[in-house]
Ligand binder design. Structure first.
Ligand code: B1M
Length: 226
């Protein structure tokens, strides 16, 4: 019987798989436990929310209190990503036609990529074509990607209060390049608010992955919320 708390605990200690030197030797890591949970029919949402993300929430709290530092947080991020990779195919709706195209990335100066990747995965699962630019993406690279890819939505993530202003620079640059009428701008990330999104003239703000998809569907006039 799989206990979702054991997945959370492995994320907390940074045990990506059974070969990891971190955590309890001889016990499974996130990869094996996630495989077992999937095989046992545990809902993806539960594995994600109560296992992987619950573990990372504890790490975030410990980081805030200076109880863990960058090397430990990186190990936890890698452990979480080992589980996320296994969930990815399960998000996909089979045989759906593209409902729109999204270019997504984390803004310059910010290397937090897990939330952005998750949002992209859920969008893909909901039938959107997603071009993931990665993390620490310069302003000009967002503008060039809009020019080259002609997406319906350009989606930006920021996890640091210090990188939030970069989103406004991207929007201003899209204006200057006269690309703004062609593309909707979506923003998200833990420190953001609707107020901030309004202030920088973003079209869409979403606090999490599923509301990101729902808000995008509303904007593009695509039905069936997730
Ligand atoms: Co950093 N970090 N980190 N970190 N990190 C935070 C964000 C922090 C809140 C930790 C803390 O103090 N408690 C804090 C930010 C404080 C602030 O500015 N308000 C912080 C800090 C300070 C830093 C450094 C500056 C630390 C230092 O060097 N002293 C440094 C900065 C590096 C840089 O970017 N230049 C740093 C580094 C790192 C690591 C590299 C070690 C690692 C990232 C590894 C990686 O991504 N590959 C890391 C991590 C893992 C975290 C925490 C612990 C977890 C983030 C995460 O992945 N969460 C984080 C604390 C926390 O958030 N609890 C923290 C899981 C993820 C699924 O959630 O990213 O929130 P999240 O995404 C959600 C929503 O936010 C939303 O949907 C997602 C899914 O529901 N969302 C969107 C995200 N993007 C969206 C886009 C959308 C819509 C919704 O539309 C486009």
């Amino acid at each position: 019987m799989i206990n979702v708390d054991s997945i959370a605990n492995c994320v907390i200690v940074g045990r990506a798989d059974a070969d990891s030197v971190l955590g309890e030797p001889g016990t499974p890591g996130v990869r094996e436990l996630t495989e077992q949970a999937i095989a046992a029919g545990m809902p993806v949402r539960e594995i994600l929310r109560d296992g992987l993300l619950a573990g990372m929430a504890v790490v975030g709290e410990r980081m805030r209190n200076d109880e863990v530092f960058i090397p430990e947080v990186l190990q936890s991020a890698q452990a979480l990503q080992a589980g996320l990779a296994l969930l990815k195919p399960l998000f996909a709706e089979s045989g759906v036609r593209s409902k729109g195209k999204v270019v997504i990335g984390t803004v310059e100066g910010d290397v937090h990529g897990i939330g952005k990747t998750l949002v992209g995965m859920v969008m893909e699962g909901a039938g959107f074509e997603v071009k993931d630019l990665g993390v620490d993406i310069p302003v000009e690279a967002f503008v060039s990607a809009v020019e080259a890819e002609d997406p319906d939505i350009v989606a930006m993530s920021a996890m640091l209060t210090t990188t939030m202003p970069v989103m406004k620079r991207v929007i201003d640059s899209l204006d200057e390049a006269r690309l703004r009428p062609r593309v909707r701008v979506m923003v998200g990330g833990a420190p953001l608010t609707q107020e901030f999104a309004d202030e920088i003239r973003a079209d869409i703000y979403a606090p999490d992955a599923s509301s990101a998809v729902n808000r995008m569907r509303e904007f593009l006039g695509v039905e069936t919320p997730v």
